[in-house]
Design a protein around this ligand. Structure first.
Ligand SMILES: Cc1cc2nc3c(=O)[nH]c(=O)nc-3n(C[C@H](O)[C@H](O)[C@H](O)COP(=O)(O)OP(=O)(O)OC[C@H]3O[C@@H](n4cnc5c(N)ncnc54)[C@H](O)[C@@H]3O)c2cc1C
Length: 483
Protein backbone atom coordinates (compact mmCIF):
# COMPACT_ATOMS: atom_id res chain seq x y z
CA UNK A 1 0.00 0.00 0.00
CA UNK A 2 1.24 3.50 -0.79
CA UNK A 3 1.86 6.04 1.95
CA UNK A 4 -0.03 9.34 2.18
CA UNK A 5 -0.34 12.31 4.53
CA UNK A 6 -3.93 13.12 5.46
CA UNK A 7 -5.18 16.64 6.14
CA UNK A 8 -8.40 16.52 8.14
CA UNK A 9 -10.52 19.59 7.34
CA UNK A 10 -13.23 20.70 9.78
CA UNK A 11 -13.95 24.40 10.38
CA UNK A 12 -10.96 25.55 8.34
CA UNK A 13 -12.16 25.29 4.74
CA UNK A 14 -9.36 27.19 2.99
CA UNK A 15 -5.87 26.64 1.59
CA UNK A 16 -4.28 29.94 2.69
CA UNK A 17 -2.91 30.37 6.21
CA UNK A 18 -3.40 26.66 6.76
CA UNK A 19 -0.41 25.33 8.66
CA UNK A 20 -1.55 21.68 8.71
CA UNK A 21 -1.84 21.67 4.91
CA UNK A 22 1.53 23.38 4.53
CA UNK A 23 3.18 20.93 6.91
CA UNK A 24 1.61 17.94 5.19
CA UNK A 25 2.87 19.11 1.80
CA UNK A 26 6.35 19.67 3.22
CA UNK A 27 6.43 16.13 4.64
CA UNK A 28 7.00 15.02 1.04
CA UNK A 29 4.36 12.29 0.71
CA UNK A 30 1.32 12.62 -1.53
CA UNK A 31 -1.44 14.43 0.38
CA UNK A 32 -5.12 13.55 0.63
CA UNK A 33 -7.60 16.00 2.17
CA UNK A 34 -10.54 14.54 4.07
CA UNK A 35 -13.84 16.16 5.08
CA UNK A 36 -16.42 14.15 6.97
CA UNK A 37 -20.14 14.89 7.23
CA UNK A 38 -20.68 13.39 10.66
CA UNK A 39 -24.35 12.27 11.00
CA UNK A 40 -24.16 13.38 14.64
CA UNK A 41 -23.87 17.00 13.43
CA UNK A 42 -27.02 16.64 11.31
CA UNK A 43 -29.22 14.84 13.86
CA UNK A 44 -32.65 15.97 15.08
CA UNK A 45 -32.40 17.64 18.47
CA UNK A 46 -34.90 16.99 21.25
CA UNK A 47 -36.02 20.62 20.87
CA UNK A 48 -37.70 19.72 17.58
CA UNK A 49 -35.19 21.00 15.03
CA UNK A 50 -31.95 19.89 13.40
CA UNK A 51 -28.53 20.58 14.90
CA UNK A 52 -27.40 21.85 11.50
CA UNK A 53 -30.07 23.57 9.46
CA UNK A 54 -30.28 23.96 5.72
CA UNK A 55 -28.65 27.39 5.34
CA UNK A 56 -25.52 26.37 7.20
CA UNK A 57 -25.38 23.05 5.38
CA UNK A 58 -25.62 24.89 2.06
CA UNK A 59 -22.82 27.23 3.05
CA UNK A 60 -20.61 24.29 4.02
CA UNK A 61 -21.40 22.55 0.75
CA UNK A 62 -20.37 25.58 -1.29
CA UNK A 63 -17.24 26.04 0.84
CA UNK A 64 -16.26 22.46 0.05
CA UNK A 65 -16.86 22.86 -3.67
CA UNK A 66 -14.54 25.85 -3.67
CA UNK A 67 -12.01 24.02 -1.48
CA UNK A 68 -11.96 21.03 -3.83
CA UNK A 69 -11.10 23.31 -6.76
CA UNK A 70 -8.37 25.09 -4.82
CA UNK A 71 -6.87 21.86 -3.50
CA UNK A 72 -6.86 20.31 -6.97
CA UNK A 73 -4.49 23.10 -8.06
CA UNK A 74 -2.13 21.87 -5.34
CA UNK A 75 -2.43 18.23 -6.47
CA UNK A 76 -4.47 17.37 -3.37
CA UNK A 77 -7.70 15.40 -3.88
CA UNK A 78 -10.54 16.10 -1.42
CA UNK A 79 -12.25 12.95 -0.16
CA UNK A 80 -15.76 13.42 1.25
CA UNK A 81 -17.48 10.91 3.50
CA UNK A 82 -20.87 10.74 5.21
CA UNK A 83 -20.27 8.56 8.23
CA UNK A 84 -18.85 8.41 11.70
CA UNK A 85 -15.32 9.91 11.52
CA UNK A 86 -13.78 6.74 13.00
CA UNK A 87 -15.30 4.70 10.17
CA UNK A 88 -14.14 7.22 7.59
CA UNK A 89 -10.53 6.97 8.78
CA UNK A 90 -10.70 3.19 9.04
CA UNK A 91 -11.94 3.07 5.46
CA UNK A 92 -8.91 5.12 4.33
CA UNK A 93 -6.55 2.90 6.27
CA UNK A 94 -7.92 -0.12 4.37
CA UNK A 95 -6.60 1.39 1.14
CA UNK A 96 -3.45 3.23 2.14
CA UNK A 97 -0.77 3.69 4.77
CA UNK A 98 -1.24 6.90 6.74
CA UNK A 99 2.03 8.70 7.32
CA UNK A 100 0.39 11.25 9.60
CA UNK A 101 -2.84 13.18 10.18
CA UNK A 102 -2.55 16.98 10.01
CA UNK A 103 -5.30 19.12 11.49
CA UNK A 104 -6.25 22.36 13.21
CA UNK A 105 -7.10 22.29 16.88
CA UNK A 106 -10.78 22.46 17.85
CA UNK A 107 -11.60 23.40 21.43
CA UNK A 108 -15.22 22.28 21.88
CA UNK A 109 -15.98 19.07 23.74
CA UNK A 110 -17.74 17.22 20.92
CA UNK A 111 -14.97 17.83 18.39
CA UNK A 112 -12.33 16.81 20.92
CA UNK A 113 -14.17 13.59 21.76
CA UNK A 114 -14.45 12.74 18.07
CA UNK A 115 -10.74 13.37 17.60
CA UNK A 116 -9.87 11.13 20.56
CA UNK A 117 -11.96 8.35 19.00
CA UNK A 118 -10.12 8.65 15.69
CA UNK A 119 -6.70 8.66 17.37
CA UNK A 120 -7.62 5.51 19.28
CA UNK A 121 -8.70 3.81 16.05
CA UNK A 122 -5.34 4.59 14.41
CA UNK A 123 -2.70 3.47 16.92
CA UNK A 124 0.81 4.40 15.91
CA UNK A 125 -0.29 7.11 13.45
CA UNK A 126 1.09 10.53 14.47
CA UNK A 127 -1.32 13.49 14.70
CA UNK A 128 0.09 16.96 14.04
CA UNK A 129 -2.19 19.60 15.53
CA UNK A 130 -1.81 23.34 14.88
CA UNK A 131 -3.61 26.35 16.21
CA UNK A 132 -5.25 28.36 13.44
CA UNK A 133 -8.63 29.95 14.19
CA UNK A 134 -7.58 33.17 15.87
CA UNK A 135 -5.43 36.26 15.54
CA UNK A 136 -3.21 35.20 18.41
CA UNK A 137 -1.96 31.71 19.19
CA UNK A 138 -2.77 31.05 22.87
CA UNK A 139 0.85 30.19 23.65
CA UNK A 140 1.96 33.71 22.62
CA UNK A 141 -0.39 35.47 25.08
CA UNK A 142 1.05 37.25 28.10
CA UNK A 143 -1.05 35.05 30.45
CA UNK A 144 -1.91 31.39 30.77
CA UNK A 145 -5.36 30.11 29.84
CA UNK A 146 -6.43 29.81 33.47
CA UNK A 147 -5.55 33.50 33.89
CA UNK A 148 -7.49 34.81 30.87
CA UNK A 149 -9.06 38.03 32.26
CA UNK A 150 -12.74 37.85 33.07
CA UNK A 151 -13.64 41.04 31.25
CA UNK A 152 -13.00 41.84 27.62
CA UNK A 153 -11.60 45.25 28.42
CA UNK A 154 -8.93 43.84 30.76
CA UNK A 155 -8.05 41.30 28.08
CA UNK A 156 -7.76 43.96 25.38
CA UNK A 157 -5.64 46.23 27.56
CA UNK A 158 -3.20 43.42 28.35
CA UNK A 159 -2.78 42.70 24.63
CA UNK A 160 -2.41 46.33 23.67
CA UNK A 161 -0.05 47.19 26.52
CA UNK A 162 2.65 44.95 25.10
CA UNK A 163 1.84 45.91 21.49
CA UNK A 164 1.09 42.34 20.47
CA UNK A 165 0.80 41.66 16.75
CA UNK A 166 -0.64 38.53 15.18
CA UNK A 167 1.77 36.28 13.28
CA UNK A 168 1.85 36.77 9.52
CA UNK A 169 -0.71 34.75 7.56
CA UNK A 170 0.79 31.88 5.54
CA UNK A 171 0.44 31.83 1.77
CA UNK A 172 -1.00 28.65 0.20
CA UNK A 173 1.63 25.89 0.08
CA UNK A 174 3.62 24.81 -2.95
CA UNK A 175 2.11 22.13 -5.14
CA UNK A 176 2.27 18.73 -3.43
CA UNK A 177 3.65 15.52 -4.92
CA UNK A 178 0.96 14.28 -7.32
CA UNK A 179 -1.53 12.14 -5.38
CA UNK A 180 -3.49 9.52 -7.31
CA UNK A 181 -6.20 8.04 -5.14
CA UNK A 182 -5.70 4.31 -4.56
CA UNK A 183 -7.84 2.13 -6.80
CA UNK A 184 -11.47 1.85 -5.65
CA UNK A 185 -11.16 4.71 -3.17
CA UNK A 186 -13.66 7.24 -4.49
CA UNK A 187 -13.49 10.96 -3.87
CA UNK A 188 -17.15 11.20 -2.96
CA UNK A 189 -19.78 13.75 -3.98
CA UNK A 190 -20.39 16.95 -2.03
CA UNK A 191 -24.03 17.07 -1.02
CA UNK A 192 -24.08 18.80 2.35
CA UNK A 193 -27.33 20.64 1.81
CA UNK A 194 -29.15 17.41 1.06
CA UNK A 195 -28.02 15.90 4.40
CA UNK A 196 -29.76 18.67 6.31
CA UNK A 197 -33.23 17.95 4.89
CA UNK A 198 -34.72 20.53 2.59
CA UNK A 199 -32.20 22.01 0.15
CA UNK A 200 -31.69 25.74 -0.23
CA UNK A 201 -31.94 27.08 -3.76
CA UNK A 202 -28.94 29.19 -4.72
CA UNK A 203 -31.17 32.25 -5.25
CA UNK A 204 -32.47 31.86 -1.68
CA UNK A 205 -29.00 31.75 -0.14
CA UNK A 206 -27.70 35.11 1.01
CA UNK A 207 -24.00 34.26 1.10
CA UNK A 208 -21.98 31.96 -1.11
CA UNK A 209 -19.59 29.76 0.83
CA UNK A 210 -15.90 29.42 -0.01
CA UNK A 211 -12.61 31.26 0.06
CA UNK A 212 -13.13 32.72 -3.39
CA UNK A 213 -16.31 34.51 -2.25
CA UNK A 214 -14.62 35.42 1.06
CA UNK A 215 -11.70 37.16 -0.62
CA UNK A 216 -14.08 38.99 -2.94
CA UNK A 217 -16.08 40.28 0.02
CA UNK A 218 -12.92 41.32 1.85
CA UNK A 219 -11.71 43.33 -1.15
CA UNK A 220 -15.12 44.84 -1.92
CA UNK A 221 -15.94 45.87 1.63
CA UNK A 222 -12.57 47.40 2.49
CA UNK A 223 -11.29 48.74 -0.82
CA UNK A 224 -13.80 48.82 -3.69
CA UNK A 225 -16.70 50.17 -1.60
CA UNK A 226 -14.46 51.90 0.93
CA UNK A 227 -16.76 50.93 3.84
CA UNK A 228 -14.08 50.29 6.44
CA UNK A 229 -13.58 54.05 6.65
CA UNK A 230 -17.05 54.46 8.22
CA UNK A 231 -17.51 51.07 9.93
CA UNK A 232 -17.87 52.63 13.39
CA UNK A 233 -20.81 54.78 12.27
CA UNK A 234 -22.65 52.07 10.32
CA UNK A 235 -21.95 48.82 12.18
CA UNK A 236 -25.12 48.94 14.27
CA UNK A 237 -27.32 49.06 11.19
CA UNK A 238 -29.56 46.05 10.75
CA UNK A 239 -30.75 46.36 7.17
CA UNK A 240 -28.02 47.05 4.65
CA UNK A 241 -25.41 44.61 3.41
CA UNK A 242 -22.59 47.10 3.90
CA UNK A 243 -23.63 48.26 7.36
CA UNK A 244 -21.06 45.81 8.70
CA UNK A 245 -18.38 43.64 7.11
CA UNK A 246 -20.33 40.34 6.81
CA UNK A 247 -17.01 38.53 7.19
CA UNK A 248 -18.47 36.27 9.89
CA UNK A 249 -19.72 33.38 7.70
CA UNK A 250 -16.26 33.16 6.12
CA UNK A 251 -14.41 33.42 9.43
CA UNK A 252 -16.65 30.89 11.16
CA UNK A 253 -16.20 28.26 8.47
CA UNK A 254 -12.55 29.06 8.04
CA UNK A 255 -12.91 30.29 4.46
CA UNK A 256 -10.96 33.31 5.61
CA UNK A 257 -8.19 33.53 8.19
CA UNK A 258 -8.65 36.38 10.71
CA UNK A 259 -4.97 37.20 10.15
CA UNK A 260 -5.67 37.96 6.51
CA UNK A 261 -8.41 40.37 7.60
CA UNK A 262 -5.98 41.95 10.05
CA UNK A 263 -3.36 42.38 7.33
CA UNK A 264 -5.87 44.03 5.02
CA UNK A 265 -6.89 46.49 7.77
CA UNK A 266 -3.21 47.35 8.21
CA UNK A 267 -2.75 47.70 4.49
CA UNK A 268 -5.78 50.05 4.29
CA UNK A 269 -4.45 52.12 7.20
CA UNK A 270 -1.08 52.53 5.50
CA UNK A 271 -2.51 53.29 2.06
CA UNK A 272 -5.55 55.42 2.96
CA UNK A 273 -6.50 56.31 6.49
CA UNK A 274 -6.24 55.12 10.05
CA UNK A 275 -9.23 56.14 12.13
CA UNK A 276 -11.62 54.93 14.83
CA UNK A 277 -13.42 52.74 12.30
CA UNK A 278 -10.32 50.85 11.23
CA UNK A 279 -9.47 50.27 14.89
CA UNK A 280 -13.03 49.16 15.63
CA UNK A 281 -12.97 46.32 13.12
CA UNK A 282 -9.77 45.02 14.71
CA UNK A 283 -11.48 45.46 18.12
CA UNK A 284 -14.33 43.17 16.97
CA UNK A 285 -11.88 40.53 15.81
CA UNK A 286 -10.39 40.71 19.29
CA UNK A 287 -13.87 39.98 20.75
CA UNK A 288 -13.90 36.87 18.63
CA UNK A 289 -10.51 35.80 19.99
CA UNK A 290 -11.70 36.59 23.50
CA UNK A 291 -14.76 34.32 23.35
CA UNK A 292 -12.55 31.51 22.07
CA UNK A 293 -10.20 32.01 25.02
CA UNK A 294 -13.00 32.16 27.60
CA UNK A 295 -14.30 28.92 26.11
CA UNK A 296 -10.86 27.35 26.51
CA UNK A 297 -10.70 28.56 30.09
CA UNK A 298 -14.10 27.27 31.19
CA UNK A 299 -14.38 24.21 28.93
CA UNK A 300 -17.66 22.35 29.24
CA UNK A 301 -19.15 24.88 31.64
CA UNK A 302 -19.78 26.96 28.52
CA UNK A 303 -22.81 24.74 27.89
CA UNK A 304 -24.18 24.47 31.45
CA UNK A 305 -27.63 25.80 32.21
CA UNK A 306 -26.11 27.73 35.12
CA UNK A 307 -23.43 29.12 32.79
CA UNK A 308 -20.15 30.37 34.18
CA UNK A 309 -21.73 32.06 37.20
CA UNK A 310 -23.38 28.94 38.61
CA UNK A 311 -26.55 31.03 39.09
CA UNK A 312 -29.65 28.81 39.48
CA UNK A 313 -32.03 30.94 37.41
CA UNK A 314 -35.47 29.26 37.22
CA UNK A 315 -35.51 29.24 33.39
CA UNK A 316 -38.96 28.37 32.07
CA UNK A 317 -40.16 25.98 29.39
CA UNK A 318 -42.95 26.87 26.97
CA UNK A 319 -43.24 25.19 23.58
CA UNK A 320 -45.71 27.85 22.54
CA UNK A 321 -43.39 30.75 23.34
CA UNK A 322 -40.41 28.97 21.82
CA UNK A 323 -42.29 28.38 18.57
CA UNK A 324 -43.55 31.98 18.42
CA UNK A 325 -39.99 33.24 18.91
CA UNK A 326 -38.48 30.92 16.28
CA UNK A 327 -41.21 31.82 13.77
CA UNK A 328 -41.04 35.56 14.43
CA UNK A 329 -44.60 35.82 15.75
CA UNK A 330 -44.18 37.31 19.22
CA UNK A 331 -46.04 40.56 18.57
CA UNK A 332 -42.85 42.61 19.05
CA UNK A 333 -41.73 43.85 15.60
CA UNK A 334 -37.98 44.01 16.17
CA UNK A 335 -37.88 40.47 17.56
CA UNK A 336 -40.11 39.18 14.78
CA UNK A 337 -38.15 40.88 12.01
CA UNK A 338 -34.85 39.47 13.31
CA UNK A 339 -36.19 35.96 13.77
CA UNK A 340 -37.78 35.87 10.32
CA UNK A 341 -34.61 37.14 8.73
CA UNK A 342 -32.67 34.39 10.50
CA UNK A 343 -35.03 31.64 9.37
CA UNK A 344 -35.19 32.87 5.80
CA UNK A 345 -31.51 33.68 5.28
CA UNK A 346 -29.38 32.14 8.05
CA UNK A 347 -28.11 35.58 9.09
CA UNK A 348 -29.01 38.44 11.44
CA UNK A 349 -27.05 41.58 12.42
CA UNK A 350 -25.35 41.83 15.78
CA UNK A 351 -27.82 44.47 17.01
CA UNK A 352 -30.82 42.28 16.15
CA UNK A 353 -29.12 39.20 17.70
CA UNK A 354 -28.63 41.05 20.97
CA UNK A 355 -32.29 42.03 21.02
CA UNK A 356 -33.81 38.66 20.19
CA UNK A 357 -31.51 36.91 22.67
CA UNK A 358 -32.33 39.43 25.40
CA UNK A 359 -36.05 38.99 24.70
CA UNK A 360 -35.66 35.21 24.85
CA UNK A 361 -33.90 35.23 28.22
CA UNK A 362 -35.05 38.41 29.97
CA UNK A 363 -38.68 38.55 28.83
CA UNK A 364 -39.72 35.03 27.87
CA UNK A 365 -37.33 33.70 30.53
CA UNK A 366 -36.64 30.55 28.50
CA UNK A 367 -33.57 28.34 28.98
CA UNK A 368 -30.84 30.22 27.12
CA UNK A 369 -29.32 26.99 25.77
CA UNK A 370 -32.39 26.36 23.58
CA UNK A 371 -32.09 29.81 22.02
CA UNK A 372 -28.38 29.16 21.44
CA UNK A 373 -29.20 25.78 19.85
CA UNK A 374 -31.65 27.45 17.44
CA UNK A 375 -28.95 29.95 16.45
CA UNK A 376 -26.53 27.04 16.04
CA UNK A 377 -28.96 25.34 13.70
CA UNK A 378 -29.74 28.42 11.62
CA UNK A 379 -26.70 30.71 11.46
CA UNK A 380 -24.41 30.44 8.46
CA UNK A 381 -21.73 32.02 10.66
CA UNK A 382 -22.25 29.63 13.58
CA UNK A 383 -19.10 29.44 15.63
CA UNK A 384 -19.35 27.48 18.85
CA UNK A 385 -17.36 29.88 21.04
CA UNK A 386 -18.84 33.11 19.63
CA UNK A 387 -22.37 31.77 19.75
CA UNK A 388 -22.44 30.21 23.20
CA UNK A 389 -20.17 32.99 24.54
CA UNK A 390 -22.53 35.73 23.34
CA UNK A 391 -25.56 33.84 24.62
CA UNK A 392 -23.98 33.39 28.06
CA UNK A 393 -23.19 37.09 28.08
CA UNK A 394 -26.70 38.18 26.99
CA UNK A 395 -28.40 35.72 29.33
CA UNK A 396 -26.44 37.20 32.24
CA UNK A 397 -24.63 33.99 33.17
CA UNK A 398 -21.28 34.71 31.51
CA UNK A 399 -17.95 35.27 33.22
CA UNK A 400 -18.39 39.01 33.55
CA UNK A 401 -22.03 38.90 34.72
CA UNK A 402 -22.89 42.16 36.45
CA UNK A 403 -26.32 43.36 37.53
CA UNK A 404 -29.42 42.50 35.49
CA UNK A 405 -29.14 43.87 31.91
CA UNK A 406 -32.02 43.73 29.44
CA UNK A 407 -32.88 45.40 26.15
CA UNK A 408 -36.18 47.22 25.68
CA UNK A 409 -36.91 45.81 22.22
CA UNK A 410 -39.37 48.56 21.32
CA UNK A 411 -37.01 51.37 22.24
CA UNK A 412 -34.14 49.63 20.47
CA UNK A 413 -36.17 49.55 17.24
CA UNK A 414 -36.84 53.28 17.52
CA UNK A 415 -33.16 54.01 18.20
CA UNK A 416 -31.59 51.77 15.57
CA UNK A 417 -34.27 51.66 12.88
CA UNK A 418 -35.79 55.14 13.23
CA UNK A 419 -37.75 54.99 9.97
CA UNK A 420 -38.86 51.40 10.49
CA UNK A 421 -37.28 50.21 7.22
CA UNK A 422 -35.77 47.06 8.71
CA UNK A 423 -39.09 46.12 10.29
CA UNK A 424 -40.99 46.66 7.04
CA UNK A 425 -38.44 44.63 5.09
CA UNK A 426 -39.07 41.46 7.12
CA UNK A 427 -42.67 41.99 8.23
CA UNK A 428 -44.66 42.45 5.02
CA UNK A 429 -47.96 42.55 6.94
CA UNK A 430 -46.80 45.77 8.65
CA UNK A 431 -45.54 47.52 5.51
CA UNK A 432 -48.34 50.07 5.48
CA UNK A 433 -47.75 51.16 9.07
CA UNK A 434 -46.08 54.56 9.49
CA UNK A 435 -43.91 55.64 12.40
CA UNK A 436 -44.74 55.42 15.32
CA UNK A 437 -47.24 52.53 14.87
CA UNK A 438 -44.65 50.33 13.20
CA UNK A 439 -42.79 50.20 16.53
CA UNK A 440 -45.85 49.45 18.66
CA UNK A 441 -48.66 47.91 16.62
CA UNK A 442 -50.04 46.59 19.93
CA UNK A 443 -51.13 50.15 20.79
CA UNK A 444 -53.24 50.64 17.68
CA UNK A 445 -56.91 51.14 18.35
CA UNK A 446 -59.75 49.95 16.14
CA UNK A 447 -59.56 53.11 14.01
CA UNK A 448 -55.85 52.71 13.21
CA UNK A 449 -56.22 48.99 12.57
CA UNK A 450 -58.92 49.73 9.99
CA UNK A 451 -57.06 52.67 8.53
CA UNK A 452 -53.87 50.66 7.85
CA UNK A 453 -55.51 47.31 7.23
CA UNK A 454 -53.62 45.55 10.02
CA UNK A 455 -55.90 43.67 12.38
CA UNK A 456 -54.25 42.53 15.58
CA UNK A 457 -54.76 38.86 16.28
CA UNK A 458 -55.42 38.23 12.57
CA UNK A 459 -52.75 39.90 10.44
CA UNK A 460 -50.21 40.35 13.19
CA UNK A 461 -50.18 38.75 16.66
CA UNK A 462 -50.99 40.43 19.94
CA UNK A 463 -47.86 40.44 22.13
CA UNK A 464 -47.35 37.00 23.66
CA UNK A 465 -46.24 38.57 26.95
CA UNK A 466 -46.14 41.97 28.61
CA UNK A 467 -42.75 43.54 27.96
CA UNK A 468 -42.37 45.34 31.29
CA UNK A 469 -44.03 42.87 33.61
CA UNK A 470 -42.00 39.97 32.21
CA UNK A 471 -38.78 41.93 32.57
CA UNK A 472 -39.58 42.78 36.20
CA UNK A 473 -40.32 39.14 36.90
CA UNK A 474 -36.98 38.02 35.46
CA UNK A 475 -35.14 40.76 37.33
CA UNK A 476 -36.59 39.46 40.59
CA UNK A 477 -35.63 35.90 39.62
CA UNK A 478 -32.03 37.04 39.02
CA UNK A 479 -31.93 38.92 42.32
CA UNK A 480 -33.27 35.90 44.20
CA UNK A 481 -30.73 33.60 42.53
CA UNK A 482 -27.88 35.97 43.34
CA UNK A 483 -28.63 36.10 47.10
C1 LIG B 1 -26.67 35.97 20.79
C2 LIG B 1 -25.53 36.15 19.81
C3 LIG B 1 -25.02 35.06 19.11
C4 LIG B 1 -23.95 35.21 18.22
N1 LIG B 1 -23.48 34.12 17.54
C5 LIG B 1 -22.40 34.26 16.71
C6 LIG B 1 -21.86 33.14 16.01
O1 LIG B 1 -22.32 32.00 16.14
N2 LIG B 1 -20.81 33.35 15.17
C7 LIG B 1 -20.24 34.60 15.02
O2 LIG B 1 -19.29 34.74 14.25
N3 LIG B 1 -20.71 35.66 15.69
C8 LIG B 1 -21.77 35.53 16.52
N4 LIG B 1 -22.26 36.63 17.19
C9 LIG B 1 -21.51 37.91 17.10
C10 LIG B 1 -21.95 38.89 16.01
O3 LIG B 1 -23.34 39.06 16.05
C11 LIG B 1 -21.54 38.47 14.61
O4 LIG B 1 -20.18 38.13 14.59
C12 LIG B 1 -21.75 39.64 13.63
O5 LIG B 1 -23.10 40.01 13.64
C13 LIG B 1 -21.34 39.20 12.25
O6 LIG B 1 -21.57 40.21 11.30
P1 LIG B 1 -20.34 40.95 10.63
O7 LIG B 1 -19.37 39.95 10.11
O8 LIG B 1 -20.89 41.91 9.66
O9 LIG B 1 -19.70 41.67 11.89
P2 LIG B 1 -18.75 42.95 11.98
O10 LIG B 1 -19.42 43.93 12.85
O11 LIG B 1 -18.31 43.40 10.67
O12 LIG B 1 -17.49 42.38 12.82
C14 LIG B 1 -16.33 41.83 12.19
C15 LIG B 1 -16.06 40.45 12.75
O13 LIG B 1 -15.77 40.51 14.14
C16 LIG B 1 -16.29 39.37 14.81
N5 LIG B 1 -17.28 39.79 15.81
C17 LIG B 1 -18.01 40.92 15.81
N6 LIG B 1 -18.78 40.97 16.92
C18 LIG B 1 -18.54 39.85 17.62
C19 LIG B 1 -19.02 39.33 18.83
N7 LIG B 1 -19.91 39.98 19.59
N8 LIG B 1 -18.59 38.12 19.23
C20 LIG B 1 -17.67 37.43 18.51
N9 LIG B 1 -17.17 37.89 17.35
C21 LIG B 1 -17.59 39.09 16.90
C22 LIG B 1 -16.95 38.51 13.74
O14 LIG B 1 -16.05 37.53 13.33
C23 LIG B 1 -17.24 39.51 12.64
O15 LIG B 1 -17.28 38.91 11.37
C24 LIG B 1 -23.36 36.50 18.06
C25 LIG B 1 -23.88 37.59 18.76
C26 LIG B 1 -24.96 37.42 19.62
C27 LIG B 1 -25.49 38.62 20.36
Amino acid sequence: MSTYSIVWFRNDLRVHDHKPLTRAVMAGYPVIALYIFDPYEYRDLSYGFKKTGRHRAQFIQESLEDLRTNLAELNVPLVIRYKDPVDAFLELSDYLTINGVYLHEEIATEEQQTERGVRKALPGVPFYVDHGHNLFPPEDLPFSIKDVPDTFSQFRKRIEKIGMMPPQALAPPQTAVKAELPNKLEEGKIRGAAVSGREVQREEARYRGGSTAAKRRLRDYIFTKDRLRIYKETRNGMLLEDDSSKFSPYLANGNLSPRVVYEQIQHYERAYTKNESTYMLYFELLWRDYFHLVHRKYGDRFFYKTGLTGLEIPWKTSDEHLQAWMDGRTGYPLVDAGMRELKQTGFMSNRARQNVASFFTKNLGLDWRIGAAWFESQLVDYDVSSNYGNWLYTAGVGNDAVSFRAFNVEKQAEDYDPDGDYLRCWLPELRELPVPWIFKPREMGMIEQEQYGVHLGEDYPFPIIDLYESMREMKTAFEEASK
